[in-house]
Design a protein around this ligand. Structure first.
Ligand SMILES: NC(=O)c1ccc[n+]([C@@H]2O[C@H](COP(=O)([O-])OP(=O)(O)OC[C@H]3O[C@@H](n4cnc5c(N)ncnc54)[C@H](O)[C@@H]3O)[C@@H](O)[C@H]2O)c1
Length: 294
């Protein structure tokens, strides 16, 4: 039973998440092996001053394997690597989709965990230029992390939290939930709803400028200020929306939202969106993972 993770292998170290978390892991006391397949990715790892390792050389010694590879290849990559992991070691993925869809190669003596950064809150009080510049998190602006480690003991969860806090630093809270709950957060809450609304607002801005002749800068000033006040009123009750604004909100809901939009929280719908994201025909949650041989 692992109570401290000493040796960590990071696969996909030259990708977007791999590079981000490597910057923080590199400054820690953890012994980290940076593994990357693609030549461009390997170059990025070298340019950042990190040594490359070959996963075949290090996997048997590592008590934590982090897979920072695209979700659509996690099934195949786990099929190749999990059989060679040390008994009692932990596999950490950075998004719940593949774990939720039961695509990860299973072994009874390997633990499975997921940890996803929440990104710095829109309500975070930022003081320095570095904090203001850190939209994604992991550099200067504090963020929380949502994580799942259902097969882990309390001790293992604490040990993994120590790694997660370094990977995504600076971190305030690590919220331990289930893989399914994590999947309802991402994609349902934050991608299907929130990122969709972000792109929707951009489209509405473009339409305003194209249709009405309002100068871009005037439309942006009005929109960006109102994004801030709409969030403050809706989530922080700083002051009420005006009566006229409530009427306009109702008009917007009637004309833009479907009456049955909350069906996105039905698990059958979650399965649909995750299957689409993973480019598989359907999610097989309750079946033995296809890669598992016994
Ligand atoms: N990009 C984001 O904003 C973000 C945010 C949160 C979580 N995630 C999660 O992080 C994970 C990685 O996503 P990403 O956006 O960094 O992907 P990416 O495509 O930027 O990077 C993936 C890297 O993995 C490498 N790779 C692929 N197969 C490999 C193999 N077999 N061995 C070694 N290296 C291999 C690729 O060459 C690439 O460098 C995914 O699970 C994703 O859902 C991404």
């Amino acid at each position: 039973m692992t109570q401290t993770y000493r040796s960590i292998a990071l696969v996909g170290a030259g990708g977007k998440m791999g590079m981000r978390i490597s910057e923080n892991l590199q400054r820690s006391d953890f012994n980290v092996y940076y593994c990357e397949n693609a030549p461009e990715g390997q170059q990025r790892v070298r340019d950042a001053g990190r040594n490359l390792s070959t996963i075949d050389d290090v996997i048997a010694d590592c008590d934590l394997l982090i897979l920072a590879v695209p979700d659509i290849v996690l099934g195949k990559v786990s099929e190749a690597l999990v059989p060679r992991m040390k008994a009692g070691a932990t596999l950490l993925t950075l998004d719940p989709a593949a774990a939720y869809a039961n695509l990860l190669h299973q072994r009874d003596d390997v633990r499975y965990a997921v940890a996803h950064p929440c990104h710095p809150s829109v309500f975070l009080e930022r003081y320095t230029q570095e904090e203001h510049a850190d939209a994604f998190g992991g550099v200067a602006a504090t963020q929380s992390v949502a994580a799942a480690f259902e097969s882990g003991s309390d001790g293992e969860r604490a040990a993994l939290e120590a790694v997660i806090r370094v990977m995504y630093a600076p971190v305030d809270d690590v919220h331990w939930i289930t893989v399914t709950q994590l999947a309802y957060l991402e994609p349902t809450l934050v991608e299907t709803v929130t990122c969709m609304l972000g792109t929707f607002m951009k489209e509405a801005l473009d339409e305003t400028v194209a249709r009405t002749g309002v100068p871009q800068k005037a439309a942006e000033a009005m929109l960006f200020g109102h994004i801030q006040i709409a969030l403050a009123v809706a989530f922080r009750s700083t002051n009420p929306f005006s009566d006229a604004c409530m009427i306009a909100i109702d008009y917007g809901r009637e004309n833009i939202l479907r009456d049955d939009w909350k069906k996105i929280f039905d698990q059958a719908e979650l399965d649909k969106v995750i299957a689409r994201m993973l480019k598989i025909d359907r999610v097989r949650r309750d079946e033995v993972a296809p890669e598992t041989s016994s």
